[in-house]
Design a protein around this ligand. Structure first.
Ligand SMILES: NC(=O)c1ccc[n+]([C@@H]2O[C@H](COP(=O)([O-])OP(=O)(O)OC[C@H]3O[C@@H](n4cnc5c(N)ncnc54)[C@H](OP(=O)(O)O)[C@@H]3O)[C@@H](O)[C@H]2O)c1
Length: 347
């Protein structure tokens, strides 16, 4: 493949948390120049007003989306429902698009009225968008022009369960308990994000009917996966705890082998298998700013119950990092470029 040395990239939705994180990571990318970044509400203002961590790294100012000029690749980081009806406009700006919203994640058009309460206006494109999770779709992403990334809770859940489903090791339903930090809800404030309400909280907010179940069920080809979500005292991070009954008598070494078979060679998946220390299971605070997905588990003695724990940074592996990993594949570059931050400890 011809690997261009430098491409011009624009970001739509740059005032949001996902857009800001895309910019942070792309500014360190040796083959990318971010030429434009949009915000309707902040047009004309310096991006560092909203993303002060990027001071001295960029002099970019926000522009209005209608001022976008053509570029090589467009990252779309808007709320769901904002891209699906206006895809042609964006396709007029770039041949390659990576969307981090839910607009092209689900492949069955009937899932949109069911989970998002809307009729998809562009269903012919659902199959044209390749799912952006490199660990599952690496070969398809390499030749894709259109990529759609999964939601953060779905990403963590899918990666945590994928080997067990692929190997057909699960008996009956799987129940996922997801704990999530506040940045997953985006930069716009709401009653639920108001500091006195959000601080110190362990607030269950979506016990049934969570939209990310649609993506998880789609990718794992299983209907009986159920997810409940709780907002906890954390800014970045997701931890998923999955309650699973195995359909055969496997010990922890067998399970470790299954995970290794799928993930041993993956740069961004770490199987946590430590029997001592305080970090024996995945802990999202260690992952802040990194593109890792950490996965651990414990098998209950005397039963077939397996508890799997997965953790990611929702804004990196759950959004911007996933998208950039996909971009690296689309251009034939090392997929780790700009994603090699190891995290902090202590933090
Ligand atoms: N936050 C996460 O952890 C996370 C994880 C996975 C996926 N995602 C997905 O990423 C997307 C963005 O999430 P976020 O958390 O960054 O949300 P956010 O903080 O609310 O940001 C949304 C951005 O979209 C812009 N925008 C809204 N409507 C627009 C329109 N019609 N045209 C152009 N720009 C528009 C907003 O800026 P202006 O209004 O100023 O234009 C803002 O920059 C969502 O689809 C979300 O589901 C987020």
């Amino acid at each position: 493949m011809n690997q261009p040395n430098k491409i011009k990239v624009s970001i739509v939705g740059g005032s949001g948390y996902a857009g800001g994180e895309l910019l942070r990571l792309l500014l360190n990318h040796p083959h990318v120049e971010v030429t434009q970044i949009t915000s309707r509400s902040m047009a004309g203002k310096k991006v560092t007003l909203l993303h002060p961590n990027l001071r001295k790294a960029t002099e970019l100012r926000f522009i209005k989306p209608e001022e976008l000029v053509e570029c090589d690749l467009l990252f779309l980081a808007m709320p769901h429902g904002e891209v699906m009806g206006r895809l042609d406009e964006y396709l007029g700006k770039a041949k390659k698009i990576i969307d981090v919203s839910a607009d092209f994640r689900l492949k069955n058009p009937a899932d949109y009225p069911r989970w998002y309460d809307l009729i998809h206006p562009n269903p012919a494109y659902l199959d044209k968008f390749v799912c952006g999770l490199a660990e599952l779709y690496r070969e398809k992403i390499r030749t894709a022009d259109l990529v759609s990334c999964f939601g953060c809770e779905a990403t963590c859940s899918i990666l945590s369960l994928y080997p067990l489903y692929k190997e057909n090791l699960i008996d009956g339903p799987v129940f996922l308990d997801v704990k999530i930090g506040s940045s997953a809800a985006g930069a716009k404030s709401s009653a639920a994000s108001h500091h006195p309400e959000r601080a110190n909280s362990v607030r269950s907010y979506k016990l049934t009917g969570h939209r990310h179940m649609a993506e998880i069920r789609q990718e794992l080809a299983a209907a009986n996966i159920f997810l409940s979500a709780t907002a906890i005292e954390m800014v970045r991070g997701i931890v998923v705890t999955a309650q699973i009954m195995l359909n055969k008598d496997l010990n922890e070494a067998d399970i470790l082998n299954v995970y290794r078979q799928y993930y041993q060679k993956e740069s961004f998946i770490r199987i946590i298998n430590e029997k001592a220390g305080i970090y024996r299971f995945p802990e999202p605070k260690l992952l802040a700013g990194t593109n890792f997905c950490d996965i651990g588990f414990e098998k209950e003695e005397g039963t077939n119950r397996l508890v799997v724990v997965g953790a990611i940074d929702n804004l990196v592996k759950g959004t911007a990092g996933q998208a950039i990993q996909a971009m690296n594949l689309m251009y034939g570059w090392d997929e780790r470029l700009s994603l090699e931050f190891m995290g902090l400890h202590p933090v």
